[in-house]
Design a protein around this ligand. Structure first.
Ligand SMILES: Cc1cc2nc3c(=O)[nH]c(=O)nc-3n(C[C@H](O)[C@H](O)[C@H](O)COP(=O)(O)OP(=O)(O)OC[C@H]3O[C@@H](n4cnc5c(N)ncnc54)[C@H](O)[C@@H]3O)c2cc1C
Length: 428
């Protein structure tokens, strides 16, 4: 089975690693950029269930990630002026509960990790390949690129992001698949003296939320602003002038509990970008021999760090299905077999991913109310035991994460909360 992956983001690169693990090594990754690793974006956090998948993917990914990701410790929920409402050792609790830690990466470094550890990456990944068209027959599928080259295979996996070309080609009648309730101004700055490393602060102030995660050298920050009403998202980032105007509007706003103002982050920024945060899940994830994986099919607000983690999960379930298909039908599965796997994959994934979209949007929308609720519970000591969020809310995120159903974990870890899905090793 020849697989054509379009896009070398988190979804495309995890698909590549997982296909190799499944013994499906006839694949190619087409990436429109000239370099797979681009110095863009802010932070990208992997939850423990995705760390588990890194372990299964092998090729030294887990060990390299462990060396790279700094230790996260505390979480602070703040009121509008930066006053502390709840302080917990959230990240240590997550690790106690799920065995693996929450790993925070600079986005480019995570991509670099996935790229550098893919065997024969230079022959498998083709850059400067901007896919522009697609055609299929019952027995094969072909994509063509802007440079005139084309690639034919048994299946095309469109891992080409939220503004997916493959989605537009497969589902031309679909105009605006997602809505935007929030704008997000995000960036990175050198770690300010007023912030300790290993901390996450989340400040809620009416329609505004400011989230900061710190490493020993960096502050990764997000300023979320609710639109007056949800609207179709803009298809690219906002012009610089609008970004500067928004930053100026909130320059004097408190950003943390330690007297840090938003302007302290903004003025020292390494990079920043203003985007709409798309949210939603497509009704149709595949057509014939092509499927949409990751942000191309499901997109959520970034506050709970679930977008790339959901892309990893979708890639994992899809490769489980493709491997089983090849075992059943041999290396050249028929159109009906492919269709059945792709439809079954969507059915398996859409409930959980819909929940991830909902919970991310809700936690952002209710941030102020959540703070009041936690403050109120704190009066009775209920939040004071400080495990409430880690023990009651977050297990829903990590516990149900999926795994490759044919690869054991080498460093398998189980915390206080058992995994819903056992890897083969743990089944024996
Ligand atoms: C501010 C912000 C912070 C975030 N933080 C987190 C976080 O902490 N944790 C988390 O899990 N998620 C986070 N996310 C979400 C996460 O970034 C996405 O969910 C994730 O990148 C999706 O991966 P993907 O591979 O589906 O798409 P993308 O990362 O968008 O990758 C798509 C790739 O396809 C390529 N491509 C596009 N079109 C074509 C074409 N026509 N031909 C060839 N190649 C093409 C692109 O160049 C790109 O390399 C965040 C998002 C934002 C906006």
């Amino acid at each position: 089975m020849r697989v054509i992956i379009v896009g070398a983001g988190p979804a495309g690169l995890v698909l590549a690693h997982a296909l190799l693990r499944a013994g499906i090594d006839d694949f190619v990754v087409l990436e429109r950029r000239s370099d797979v690793v681009e110095a863009s974006g802010a932070g990208l956090g992997l939850w423990p269930h995705s760390v588990r998948v890194l372990d299964q993917l092998g090729n030294g990914l887990l060990e390299a990630a462990q060396k790279m990701a700094p230790r996260m410790e505390k979480s602070l929920r703040l009121g509008a002026k930066g006053e502390v409402i709840l302080e917990t050792n959230l990240f240590s609790q997550i690790e106690e509960n799920h065995g693996h830690p929450f790993m925070l990466f600079e986005r480019a470094r995570l991509i670099q990790l996935l790229h550098a550890h893919l065997p024969n990456a230079s022959t498998r990944i083709h850059t400067n390949k901007h896919v522009t068209s697609l055609s299929q027959t019952p027995s094969a599928i072909t994509v063509s690129c802007a440079d005139g080259t084309s690639y034919t295979g048994s299946i095309v996996l469109g891992a080409d992001g939220v503004h997916s070309t493959i989605r537009r080609l497969l589902l031309p009648a679909l105009r605006t698949p997602f809505t935007a309730t929030y704008q997000c101004l995000f960036g990175t700055s050198p770690l300010p003296a007023l912030l300790p490393p290993g901390e996450m602060t989340e400040l809620a102030s009416g329609p505004l939320s400011i989230q900061i995660l710190t490493t020993p050298t960096l502050a990764v920050w997000f300023l979320y602003l609710r639109h007056p009403t949800p609207r179709p998202p803009s298809t690219s980032s906002y012009p610089d002038a609008e970004m500067h105007a928004l930053a100026a509007r909130y320059a004097a706003h408190a950003a943390s509990h330690s007297g840090l103002l938003f302007r302290d982050l903004w003025d020292s920024r390494i990079r920043a970008k203003l985007v709409d945060l798309e949210e939603g899940v497509l009704r149709t994830w595949s057509a014939g021999r092509a499927a949409l994986v990751g942000d191309a099919a499901h997109k959520m607000a970034s506050n709970l760090a679930l977008g790339a983690n959901s892309a990893v999960e979708s890639a994992v379930v899809l490769v489980n299905g493709l491997r089983a298909l090849v075992q059943r039908e041999g290396p050249e599965p028929g159109a009906e077999g492919v269709r059945a796997v792709l439809e079954g994959w969507q059915r398996e994934r859409e409930g959980r991913v819909g929940w991830c979209v909902w919970v991310s949007g809700s936690m952002l929308g209710w941030a102020g109310w959540l703070n009041w609720g936690l403050w109120f519970l704190g009066l009775f000591g209920a939040a004071g035991d400080e495990r409430l969020v880690a023990d009651v809310v977050l297990p829903w995120v990590a516990r149900d994460g999926v795994v490759l159903d044919f690869v054991p974990e080498t460093g398998g870890k189980v915390g206080r909360v058992p995994w819903t899905h056992a890897s083969p090793e743990l089944l024996n």
